[in-house]
Design a protein around this ligand. Structure first.
Ligand SMILES: Nc1ncnc2c1ncn2[C@@H]1O[C@H](COP(=O)(O)OP(=O)(O)O)[C@@H](O)[C@H]1O
Ligand SMILES: [Mg+2]
Length: 286
């Protein structure tokens, strides 16, 4: 990794402030969202300390995107509350939005514009002063490894470059908290690795709190400090990848943990634990 350009000071101040206050970066209390009779998110409670990389895992339809949309103030909850960067998502949505970056599951960059032009639009949207814009844009371009392609139209970018640009767009106002919905879906392994490195660099060097969703277990295992397994709107388990694996069985992988907690409720979980154990032992014996 090349040296990180100076995105550092403002983010570190935000980080230091939240650490000083001893506040959680994200505090979710009994948050629910229904669509008609469907309970998409069911009384979700979570607490993320500042500087954590948190992974919300779950199969399609588990409620991950609905959770992120509520926390980013795009969708009102049916009930419950959440504090993001110390602000109530229902009462202070403007302050929440200024404190977060959000990379949605769907493509958010404009294909007919260059990377630079996309960033300029976002810098204006976020009200970054004209005198600061050019410098700020160059900083995020450099941070995400896109300086050389800044004047190329996004239509010509690879999938990995588009994803990195979208992360850059979410960082232009230097938020202390970043929400990423399925950040590496559809990327090849090399592009995925590059996105992972940038996410880690953000946290390690700038102290950014990362709230991400994924259904790729390898990604969660490598990147996340803490993961929560969500199924049918509810959190089934929360812990470090190591804790969750140990809880399911000797030699279990995060894939096993995922299968264990998202299995049909009529399945015998004890039975599953046995299967994991037997399979691991068998593979060790050759
Ligand atoms: N706007 C909506 N209207 C109706 N149902 C929705 C809407 N958004 C999501 N859902 C439903 O809520 C559930 C959770 O969806 P979502 O949060 O997108 O899951 P995930 O991101 O984990 O795949 C799904 O059953 C989905 O069909
Ligand atoms: Mg989703």
């Amino acid at each position: 990794m090349p040296d990180t350009p100076s995105l550092r000071p403002p983010l570190c101040e935000a980080q230091a402030e939240s650490a000083q206050n001893g506040k959680a970066a994200v505090e979710v209390t009994e948050l629910s969202r229904s669509f008609g009779s469907l309970v998409a998110v069911d009384r979700l409670s979570l607490s993320l300390p500042a500087g954590q990389i948190f992974g919300l895992l779950g199969p399609n339809g588990a409620g991950k995107s609905t959770t992120i949309k509520m926390l980013t103030t795009l969708l009102p909850p049916t009930s419950g509350t959440a504090m993001v960067a110390g602000f109530d998502i229902a009462r202070r949505p403007g302050r929440v939005r200024r404190s977060i970056g959000y990379v949605p599951q769907v493509i958010s960059a404009e294909g007919s514009l260059s990377g630079y032009e996309n960033l300029l639009v976002f810098a204006k949207l976020y009200g970054i002063r004209r005198s600061l814009r050019a410098e700020r844009i160059q900083q995020v371009l450099e941070f995400m490894g896109l300086t050389d392609v800044q004047n190329v139209v996004v239509q010509k970018y690879s999938g990995g470059m588009i994803r990195r640009l979208e992360i850059a767009l979410a960082l232009v106002h230097q938020p202390p908290i970043l929400f990423l919905d399925e950040p590496t879906v559809g990327l090849d392994p090399t592009a995925r690795q590059m996105v992972w490195e940038h996410i880690q660099q953000l946290r390690n060097e700038l102290g950014t709190t990362i709230f991400m969703t994924t259904h790729q277990m390898g990604e969660a295992d490598e990147l996340c400090d803490v993961v929560a397994i969500m199924h049918e709107g509810r959190i089934r388990a929360v812990g470090t990848p190591a804790e969750l694996k140990a809880g399911v069985g000797d030699g279990a992988t995060l894939d096993d943990v995922f299968a264990f907690y998202t299995a049909d409720q009529t399945d015998d979980r004890g039975g599953y634990k046995d299967v994991v154990r037997v399979r691991r032992t068998a593979s060790r014996l050759g």
